[in-house]
Write a protein that binds this ligand. Structure first.
Ligand code: PMP
Length: 358
């Protein structure tokens, strides 16, 4: 059988994968190491039993949007939710990128920004970060002036580096985007914002072309639920609502998200635990032959000094610890990324790492 060819512009594209291996300690996909609170589980089960499954869900997800809006002190009309922040990013790019438009990224950063942009048919302009993975601000501003992007991405804390973008950089990039003759949009991906000290949410208003994406997958221990959202100006949210499929958020997910927001205190405690554990791992790294990058997220990027990254990754796997092997990714030679786990999982990781590097 001759097969229908994929779109010409997608031929060279590779998928985005994170191989899952069955191991004791899984620290490779930046999930929360703990389950959601028991109170959430019970309330969720109780509400699920009352869902009118023969009906479509609330298309506008009114209660969920209101709960998210209340959490951030904004208007519900400034909130758009979707199936994971990946679908939020996809909807933004379907709406504002596409053929004939340019999307700017600063690499290395979250691979899906460029990947989804290409899926929409947009041209991607990738600007290199400095050697230490900080933003090269003059290069970033020059790229924006030159390429006049419809969408510019910053990611703070950045994945896979973990580094928080200083507020001054975000403001400078935003000023450059706002000064474009053909208006552009700055998307700040804050999937890991709760683990960091500042958020670009403070920059939002109706007249400023900046939006902030968030997820329930990390802090809220709900990667399995697939729920994310963006906060931005009302006009922006109204445009996304025209592009997204009708009824994209099922009834169960709307309930899951709304109820999760009743457990803010427990979630904040978990964030504190992760941040303490992150600091413990960073201190342990200081005593080992590894270079590591300052992280404001629930993971740390590091580079062994004495062995190739791939060998260290395999050595850890042989000891039942799976982390993310970034060593073959562009710009990330020998780099590995470990997600912060429970104290026991982190102990297992550190013990295995000491053995491998001994
Ligand atoms: N943005 C960044 C920077 C991420 O690291 C991730 C998760 N890998 C996402 C967005 C997507 O998260 P989700 O779709 O689970 O909300």
């Amino acid at each position: 059988m001759t097969r229908v060819p994929v779109r010409d512009d997608l031929r060279a594209l590779e998928g985005y994968h994170s191989p899952q291996v069955d191991v004791q300690v899984r620290l490779n996909t930046n999930e929360s190491p703990v389950e959601p609170p028991a109170g959430w589980r019970d309330a969720f089960a109780a509400e699920l039993s009352r869902v009118a499954w023969h009906r479509y869900p609330d298309r506008a997800a009114v209660e969920l949007r209101a709960a998210i809006a209340a959490q951030h002190g904004v208007d519900p009309a400034q909130v758009f939710a979707a199936n994971g922040s990946n679908e939020v990013l996809q909807t933004i790019l379907l709406t504002f990128a596409g053929p004939g438009r340019t999307v700017c990224t600063f690499e290395p950063t979250y691979q899906l920004h460029a990947h989804i942009a290409r899926l929409t048919g947009a041209t991607v302009s990738e600007t290199e970060r400095a050697e230490d993975f900080t933003l090269d601000l003059p290069a970033a501003l020059a790229a924006i002036e030159r390429d006049r992007p419809a969408v510019t991405f910053l990611c703070s804390p950045n994945n896979p580096t973990g580094m928080v973008e200083p507020a001054a950089n975000v403001r400078a990039v935003l000023d450059a985007v706002a000064a474009l003759a053909v208006p552009g949009l700055l998307v700040v991906d804050e999937a890991y914002a709760q683990f960091a000290a500042w958020s670009a949410l403070d920059l939002l208003d109706e007249e400023t072309p900046v939006v902030v994406t968030r997820t329930f997958s990390k802090t809220w221990s709900m990667a399995g639920a697939r729920l994310g959202y963006v906060v931005g100006p009302r006009w922006f949210v109204a445009e996304l609502d025209k592009v997204i499929l009708p009824y994209h958020l099922d009834a169960a997910k709307q309930i899951a998200g709304r109820l999760a927001l009743r457990h803010v205190g427990e979630m904040e405690e978990r964030v504190q635990l992760i941040v303490r554990e992150r600091e413990r791992i960073q201190l342990a790294f200081d005593a080992l032959p590894v270079d590591h990058f300052p992280s404001g997220a629930n993971f740390v990027l590091f580079r062994p000094r004495t062995l190739p990254g791939r060998r260290v990754w395999q050595g850890l796997l042989d000891r039942g610890v799976l982390i993310r092997d970034c060593s073959s990714w562009p710009r990330l030679d020998d780099c590995l990324r470990v997600t912060i786990g429970t104290p026991d999982e982190n102990d297992a990781f550190l013990t295995a790492l000491q053995e491998v590097l001994a």
